[in-house]
Design a protein around this ligand. Structure first.
Ligand SMILES: [Fe+2]
Ligand SMILES: [Fe+2]
Ligand SMILES: [Fe+2]
Length: 480
């Protein structure tokens, strides 16, 4: 038999669909031309999983060509990429509203429609490289890994987890000026992932990969409550949200997700959707199941401390228990047998996934801590505005300024800026929003400092409001 000639990679014809940035940019813009993703006039979208503001009118000004670096993860372009990527990933999942499907039927058709599928297929891999390439540079798994060195590595992690006493998330909630608000903010950050819990994992249920597949399924079926709806982990999480007065339909709080929360959620889809990353997922899964044990134990106590007995902490109690098993199941029944079956060559992938999950979790935690601190400091940032404004007026080297005139009810969908900004009101009244049900009212002659990377939005509360946004770059420079 004659063998077909193998075509080396660099001799294959280049396809614009695969390689050409302009093709991607056109597809992204076309994808954004939809009511589903346009700006809205409310903060929340209840019970419609298809509608997600992406601020698509800004797409054409953004450049996704050069992958993000570690320092750029919280920029506006990154937030846009994360919002869009999660929307694309979730078009693989069954999402149905609880009520009134008839009025949302057209949204459903569009969300899952041919146009979104074709455009999404081009857009998704570009956004993935844009968001996640930094991991390749940040995390090094070089050197020769053996079964013994991997065991040593993971066992020292397990020992460290057992000794862990501090929990930055819990301490942040308790130390906040408004612990109940900080706790709700934390719960709604996690809701993006937890209300669809195990959906990314479920992408690995199909296929044909031997005993590992059955072990994966055992974990999956635990996550799904063995088919008993009330005990599904996502159902338990609905209970937690409702017990503190939050809505439990997915993505009601879309606008209040921090970029880093979306990035972490996207990461699990990133390693689960493309099965070439399966071994990385094993490492990431091991990290998540293990780190979750102590976190959930602390969260259950902390939420009780903040809200009293009315808070439903079953979700956290369940995980403090079951993830002890899941951690061992992933390690003993999946990671060790996988290395045995497929050889030591897969260890760097496993370790990479493990380190990536850990890094992205740390980044999300720190971003949350910074957002709570900034939001808690609203009065302080407001108090600085008049002096900064005077200093700008006196300065010969004035920062770039943009003026906006907006009518009552005009809502600025939440976003971030890449440098510090001064928002200053010339006339009228603006409600400046730093989180769900958290805002500060700004009148003429008042303003606030918007710190770099901090999520915010605004709504006009007078017949008209004229305000300026000064791109001050770094707030310290304008304080003296
Ligand atoms: Fe779970
Ligand atoms: Fe689990
Ligand atoms: Fe802004």
């Amino acid at each position: 038999m004659q063998h077909k000639k193998h075509i080396p990679l660099d001799e294959r014809s280049k396809s614009p669909v695969v390689e050409d940035y302009d093709v991607f940019a056109q597809c992204l813009q076309a994808y954004g031309e939809s009511d589903l993703y346009a700006d809205i006039e409310t903060w929340l979208v209840e019970d419609n999983p298809y509608r997600r503001p992406l601020r698509p009118h800004v797409f054409k000004y953004l450049d996704f060509r050069k992958p993000l670096t570690r320092e750029e993860l919280l920029t506006y372009t990154s937030l846009t990429a994360s919002r869009t990527l999660l929307t694309l990933y979730e078009s693989d999942f069954v999402l149905l509203p609880r009520r009134d499907l008839a009025s949302k039927r057209a949204d459903l058709e569009e969300f899952y429609g041919r146009r979104a599928q074709v455009l999404g297929a081009v857009v998704r891999p570009w956004l993935e490289s844009y968001l996640f390439s930094f991991l390749d540079d940040t995390i090094s798994v070089s050197g020769r890994w053996t079964l013994a060195s991997m065991k040593e590595y993971f066992e020292s992690f397990l020992a460290e987890e057992r000794r862990r006493t501090e929990c930055p998330m819990a301490s942040t909630l308790l130390a906040s000026a408004d612990p109940a608000h900080a706790a709700r903010t934390c719960l709604l950050q996690l809701a993006g992932d937890f209300l669809l819990e195990s959906s990314a994992m479920g992408r690995n249920a199909g296929g044909h990969y031997g005993p590992l597949q059955s072990e994966m399924f055992k974990i999956l079926i635990d996550e799904l409550g063995y088919g008993v709806h009330q005990t599904r982990h996502s159902s338990l999480y609905e209970g937690a949200l409702e017990s503190v007065g939050l809505a439990s339909t997915p993505h009601t709080y879309w606008q209040f997700y921090l970029g880093s929360s979306l990035l972490l959620n996207n990461y699990y889809n990133y390693v689960c959707r493309n099965h070439g990353r399966f071994f990385r997922y094993l490492g990431a899964l091991f990290q998540a199941e293990t780190a979750f044990i102590a976190l959930c134990r602390r969260m259950a106590d902390t939420l009780r401390q903040i809200f009293g007995p009315r808070v439903d902490v079953r979700y956290f109690q369940e995980h403090a228990h079951i993830d002890g098993h899941h951690s061992r199941m992933v390690y003993d029944k999946m990671i060790l047998p996988a290395v045995e079956m497929f050889g030591e060559g897969i260890i760097p992938d496993i370790v990479r996934g493990f380190e990536e999950g850990k890094l992205l979790t740390d980044i999300a935690t720190q971003d949350f801590i910074d957002q709570v601190a900034w939001s808690d400091g609203s009065a302080h940032w407001k108090s600085l505005a008049p002096a900064i404004h005077r200093n700008i007026e006196k300065s010969h080297d004035k920062p770039r300024v943009q003026r906006f005139v907006e009518p009552r009810g005009e809502l600025s969908v939440t976003h971030v800026h890449d440098g510090d900004e001064l928002c200053f009101i010339q006339s009228g009244t603006m409600r400046f929003v730093t989180g769900h049900e958290r805002s500060v009212l700004l009148h003429a002659g008042e303003g606030t400092v918007i710190r770099r990377n901090r999520l915010h939005g605004a709504i006009i509360e007078s017949d008209e409001c004229t305000y300026d946004i000064h791109s001050i770059g770094e707030v310290q420079r304008w304080l003296s």
